[in-house]
Design a protein around this ligand. Structure first.
Ligand SMILES: [Zn+2]
Ligand SMILES: [Zn+2]
Length: 330
């Protein structure tokens, strides 16, 4: 009996050694699942945390395996958001989607909150505390869009949101940014690469623009930055031209400025990927309208939501807001 136990213990020991050797033979996790570029993108869009985006050389095999599963899950979540087959593999379709023109803001909110809200839109959690929000164009661009054209299309974009919900806007005429400039709440800028915040642009295509949520209502709150490396247009060229329709991007970014996060509904204005809509005009979808009304209420009536939010919705907004704020701080 004693001899049998000894043999059993030795066998278990060798099995354990073999088991660990198998994990040691796994290549470094992020080289297997994702390349550097994909990791950076998934981190930017909120699918993985900073800790998960870097595999440390001394990470043990068990931790590496756990990390591999996390990265595969993150990739699958992105694929679902992009309406691709959730294979968890970095295939060509996924690479193409990752390089496609889109907004630079994060996509991900916790699944349990999304399931509770049962809507496709997502409110970030902060809002403007005053009914009339001021905005201002602060600079020109390299795209050949005149100041008058940018102001006109910003005004048309703002009207889409103010027609749908209990919020209004007032323009402060363009003046150069600086201490003498009158303060506006939503400041609209064009910039390239590092442009004064923690979120540098990436050159042509990829990230088109980003915006800041209302948050504290001061400083960068509500500001919109367009990547001036893009070629924006107000015309209706074919998609193959590579030109980006300024109008759609402006309406989308304003949604963030007002407190909306990304919708997972393909076709919604707040869906994060660029939509090359046909023609020169388009409308908010019902999803976008429900989203903005959940924050500011319907157009008529008192300022604020038309009905008190339910406790779980309020909790959801707070948690989503905290998450997005945390992601922006990464
Ligand atoms: Zn966006
Ligand atoms: Zn910026």
């Amino acid at each position: 009996m004693r001899r049998f136990l000894n043999v059993l213990l030795v066998t278990i020991f060798y099995c354990l050694v073999l088991f660990l050797k198998c994990f040691e033979s796994l290549p470094v996790t992020n080289q297997v699942v994702l390349d550097h570029h994909s990791l950076v993108r998934l981190k930017q869009w909120g699918y993985i945390s900073s800790d998960d985006s870097e595999v440390k050389s001394n990470t043990n095999p068990i931790q590496q395996l756990r990390l591999t599963h996390k990265l595969v899950d993150a990739l699958k979540t992105f694929q679902r958001f992009a309406y691709l087959e959730p294979t968890g593999r970095l295939d060509n379709a996924t690479r193409e989607k990752m390089a496609a023109p889109r907004c630079g803001m994060p996509d991900v909110i916790p699944a349990e909150i999304k399931n509770r809200i049962k809507k496709r839109f997502a409110a970030q959690g902060s809002k403007w505390q005053n009914r009339v929000v001021t905005w201002q164009l602060e600079n020109t661009n390299n795209d050949g869009l005149t100041v008058a054209q940018v102001r006109e299309y910003m005004t048309r974009s703002l009207k889409k949101w103010s027609d749908a919900a209990n919020i209004d806007f007032r323009e402060i005429p363009p003046t150069p940014a600086g201490p003498q400039a009158p303060a506006s709440q939503i400041r609209v800028q064009f910039g390239q690469g590092n442009h004064g915040d923690q979120f540098p642009f990436d050159g042509p295509s990829g990230t088109l623009a980003h915006a800041f949520f209302p948050l504290s209502n001061v400083g960068l709150s509500g500001d919109i930055h367009f990547d001036d490396a893009e070629r924006y247009t107000i015309l209706d060229p074919p998609r193959s031209s590579g030109l980006i329709k300024f109008y759609w991007v402006a309406v989308h970014e304003l949604g963030h400025s007002l407190g909306l996060s990304h919708s997972e509904l393909f076709g919604a204005i707040m869906y994060p990927f660029y939509t090359h809509f046909p023609g020169l005009e388009f409308n908010l979808t019902q999803d976008d309208i429900l989203g903005i009304q959940s924050i500011y209420g319907e157009k008529s009536g008192a300022f604020g939501p038309s009905a008190p939010p339910s406790p779980f919705t309020t909790l959801g907004f707070v948690l989503v807001g905290s998450l997005i704020h945390w992601l922006l701080m990464l």
